[in-house]
Design a protein around this ligand. Sequence first.
Ligand code: ADP
Ligand code: MG
Length: 289
Amino acid sequence: MTLDVHTAAVQVRGLSRRYGTTRALDNVDLTVERGVTGLLGPNGAGKTTLLSILATVSEPDSGEVSVFGLDPHDKAERVAIRRRLGYLPQELGYHRHFTVAAFVEYVAILKEIVDRRQRAAEVARVLAATGLDRYARKRIRALSGGMRQRLGIAQALLGRPDLLILDEPTAGLDPEQRLRFRELVSSLPGDPVIMLSTHQADDIAAICPRVIVLLHGQVRFAGTPAELAGTATGHVWTADARDTSAHLSWRGGDNLWRHIGEQPSAGAQIVAPTVEDGYLLLSQRAGVR
Ligand SMILES: Nc1ncnc2c1ncn2[C@@H]1O[C@H](COP(=O)(O)OP(=O)(O)O)[C@@H](O)[C@H]1O
Ligand SMILES: [Mg+2]
């Protein structure tokens, strides 16, 4: 099969990856355009496996990947992809004795920013962008989880990458830090391709014009957040009493029971679905508990 490499920043066809008997990715096809794409799925869905393949850190068992028209399987093209890439792995192996600035500088050297002055300016830029400039001399082992997550984002921004892959960037951030992260992502210069994973639908609604839902290693939805919400139209309702036929029900702050299911009961009040409702309905239909 040949890929039409000029139409999209990232294209994936028939991608599969197993770990023993677990199908972490099962025949995944996807296309990613410029802008922010959110990869939404529960733990174990295959998000990290997919992102690590796109970041050229691991390889699939089968399938084709094209990043800016380059093939990560080819050694020279893989290097070319890495030069344009910023990656926040889910588990970044920090050198705990490093200071914040020393760690970012170390990554900048790995990223071939060889000119000293340019490197110092770039380190200062990413620390300021992530609000870490005040902590530049602090040791990593003394940072809180949220600050460490920001450090991971800072190093991913080095060199103004064309492709930014962020695996669970909002994990461990408090609400204010999540807002700052949203600001940061929406204000990055140069219109990079950004792929971020999350299991929180509100991150998607807030920052991702495109969303891909991954469940059990399969793509179950690709489109806009509004379209994802729209998939649950007519499937979300409120009532005074619990409806046991629903997939999910909970009592809201208004004391009404809110339901997500296939068939609203007679007399129920149909309500407009949210992005999370669309995601939960898809997950229920896919048998995710
Ligand atoms: N190194 C590994 N060895 C064995 N199983 C793995 C490994 N990495 C991931 N898996 C399994 O593959 C599936 C997908 O995992 P992962 O890609 O980490 O999903 P997610 O990031 O969405 O939580 C899970 O069932 C997970 O247990
Ligand atoms: Mg993961």
